[in-house]
Write a protein that binds this ligand. Structure first.
Ligand code: FEO
Length: 394
């Protein structure tokens, strides 16, 4: 059954309680929902859609409110297939409907559908008159695709945000609760989907800062209507990770026989002498969460590893993979380490860091078999050079 959101808005989405991994990546122990909202104005609009496999269910739910062919606008705030898969079926059912989204969203949709459709690229701040109701489009790019938008319904003080403010939580009732579990799901969703884009999150929060919001209608999980400001505040608290002073430098290391660890401690001494605050993290002892938190707040990143079987050992590959799951404050990085005969690990780490467009500080030491006194001295000196590079990069 459709659920009541506000005077003219009905939830007509679908529930997917059996889903255990979203996008084949994110665990969803309680499933998820794909939210779509029908605005029952003179010129009806559907905000958001659902995956292709749920198209019939979506159309059936819309049909319990209005004839689907009456829909004049499909508001596509984001074109990922979990929100656009059913658009083809919708346009078959409502052939006069126009798809409204950012230019990028329409471009992506064209590729996804592989067919022509009537579309209108909306500008930031543009308003769509639905007859008695208005939708105002607000640019919110990068949450988590480049195509994203919010839509505000001023007459009912509602904000449609698609993935932002979502939860992977398959609700019994659309209406949120204040349970710790609801907040946990909300935070977990941010961590999995939006955390790498926290700068964009802050931009979006600024964009909606002056709005009078009675409810937030996300693309997944419960409607946020009891205290919408609470959820906005939680987003700001999670996304706002200021640069530390003195600047934190994360030193991630892996050490088979102690030599790489001695190098890590020596470079940390050099960092501290130069005025930074080094934080050493042994990657096989720290949790994924601890490593990601440190990466996010650090102003500089150092990675030290030995080479094993001509490769970078798996734990350090894992650590490097976390770099794309956060938005680090660092723009300077370096890779160091020990080796016996071939020494590929450092180059592999450097390639990864370059691929992420971090600025590499040249001249990072590399020691053979053991960290000799001159190697440790080189590490200390490199710590100072690294701090200087951080200052130049500001
Ligand atoms: Fe819920 Fe980015 O799709």
């Amino acid at each position: 059954m459709p659920e009541h959101v506000s005077e003219s808005v009905r939830w007509v989405g679908v529930k997917d309680p059996g889903l255990r991994r979203f996008d084949d990546l994110t665990p969803t122990p309680t499933g998820t929902t794909y939210n779509a909202y029908l605005v029952k104005a003179e010129r009806p609009a559907l905000v958001g859609a659902v995956p292709e496999r749920f198209a019939d269910e979506l159309l059936e739910r819309i049909g319990q409110e209005i004839e689907p062919r009456r829909i004049e606008f499909v508001i596509l705030n984001h074109s990922e297939p979990d929100h656009s898969g059913a658009v083809a079926a919708l346009l078959d059912a409502a052939p006069e409907a126009s798809v409204m989204g950012t230019r990028t969203a329409l471009h992506y949709l064209s590729d996804l559908l592989g067919r022509d459709f009537r579309g209108h690229a909306v500008a930031d701040g543009e308003e769509l008159d639905l007859g008695g109701r208005t939708l105002r489009f607000l640019a919110a790019p990068g949450l988590h695709w480049p195509d994203t938008n919010f839509a505000y319904l001023p007459e009912e003080r509602g904000l449609f945000t698609c993935d932002a403010f979502g939860s992977h939580r398959c609700f019994e009732s659309l209406h949120d609760d204040d349970s710790p579990e609801a907040e946990e799901d909300f935070r977990r969703y941010y961590d999995a989907i939006l955390r790498p884009f926290r700068d964009k999150v802050l931009g979006a929060l600024d964009r909606i800062g002056g709005l009078d919001i009675a409810w937030i209608a996300p693309g997944h999980g419960p409607l946020l209507h009891r205290d919408p400001q609470k959820w906005v505040d939680i987003y700001r608290q999670m996304a706002d990770v200021p640069r530390t002073m003195p600047p934190t430098v994360a030193v991630f290391y892996l050490s088979a026989h102690g030599a790489t660890e001695r190098m890590a401690r020596a470079v940390a001494d050099g960092l501290a002498e130069a005025g930074a605050e080094p934080v050493l993290m042994h990657v096989t002892e720290a949790s994924r969460a601890e490593q990601r938190d440190l990466m996010e707040r650090a102003c500089g990143l150092l990675f030290l590893s030995f080479t094993a079987a001509r490769d970078l050992p798996e734990p350090m590959w894992g650590t490097l993979s976390y770099l794309t799951t956060v938005k680090t404050n660092a723009n300077v990085a370096a890779a160091m380490g020990t080796y016996g005969w071939s020494g590929e690990a450092r180059d592999m780490m450097e390639q990864r860091l370059k691929g992420l467009r971090l600025r590499l500080v040249e001249g990072a030491p590399k020691a053979r078999f053991r960290a000799k006194p001159e190697d440790l001295e080189a590490c200390r000196a490199f710590g100072g050079k690294f701090v200087q590079a951080m200052k130049e990069c500001r």
